[in-house]
Every structure is written in structure tokens, then in C-alpha cells.
Design a protein around this ligand. Sequence first.
Ligand SMILES: [Zn+2]
Length: 89
Amino acid sequence: MARALPTLDEPDLEIALLRKSVGSLTAGRLSCRDCGRTPLVGERMYRFKRHGSVCALCRPLRDAEPDAVELVRHFERGHTVRRIVPSAA
Ligand SMILES: [Zn+2]
């Protein structure tokens, strides 16, 4: 006797695809450890070894000096085509 397999109807499939795409968008994204906000391009993130990275708005809430300050770059940085100017030898 054939076993009935679970199936997705159209609205369930749409929701599943939406959740999957949103999950993949947020997977590699920086976020502030305190407020969870995604920093803007050009904004500075303050990295603390013990507490993770926080945004510029949450930085004043911490007394310790950050271990590193990082500039948030556009996600295409390093993947764009660059013009190479030959050097005069
Ligand atoms: Zn924050």
C-alpha cells in the first residue's frame, strides 16, 4: 500500500521560499551585538574580544576601549572590476 507523502500547498511553498531567501540574506551580514541593528556602509563597528562587535550608537555604553575599529564596507568590495593602468617603465 502506497504511503501518502506530506505535500506543500502553494501558500506554504511561498512562505518556505521567503524564509529561505531571507535567511540566506542575513547569514553573512554584520550586526550589532547589543541592539541587533545592521550597520550602514561606511559606519564604524567597534570590536571587543570578549563581547563581540557593537555599532557606533552602542559604543558609548561600554567603558572598555575596543580592540579594533572596523569600517563597514559594501558587500561588493573585492568583487568588482577594476581598471588597471599600466605603469610607465
Ligand atoms: Zn548597536
